[in-house]
Design a protein around this ligand. Sequence first.
Ligand SMILES: [Mg+2]
Ligand SMILES: [Zn+2]
Length: 197
Amino acid sequence: MPQVPHPKLTHQKLIILDRDGVINHDSPDFIKSPEEWVPIPGSLEAIARLNQAGYRVVVASNQSGIARQLFDITTLNAIHAKMHRLALQVGADIDAVFFCPHAAADNCDCRKPKPGMFAEISKRYKVSLKGVPTVGDSLRDLQAGFISGCVPYLVLTGKGEKTHVTGGLPPGTSVFPDLAATVQDILKQPAAIAVAN
Ligand SMILES: [Mg+2]
Ligand SMILES: [Zn+2]
């Protein structure tokens, strides 16, 4: 076996998750407080299984509630502190949370379906996103991932049922009932290794 000097830099397994409707229950009224952030059963345990299999788990989330002034960054940080705390309780580690605070009218590059957050993740982790699984409940999650080279997974939690019925999913999208079932499938496959770009 050849020695690899910095295996974590060149061979890291990454997965990119949407937040609302994938990790936690979504709400048409937005998740505006830590109290409203409630995990979908089995989602945090699924993240722990990904970690055990060597995956770094990264969240990419549209949070236009900030632009709409429904909540501020301090509250968003408190929501994420709760997410990290509940995750740690089941041995799950969410490596980083990327979010877009803009509204659609802001025409930013980060709001999904734009690929800005995915590009930022690729840059931050120094990896190509080719073959990296991404999990979402909305079409725009899968579109942003797909154009970034990710392998899209649709979950039927959150807005997922509606997304599935509406159709028009990117080619190669797999559909599973929830994150736990998605992860079970991903961990059955040979790991897609993200390599430095
Ligand atoms: Mg969502
Ligand atoms: Zn944005």
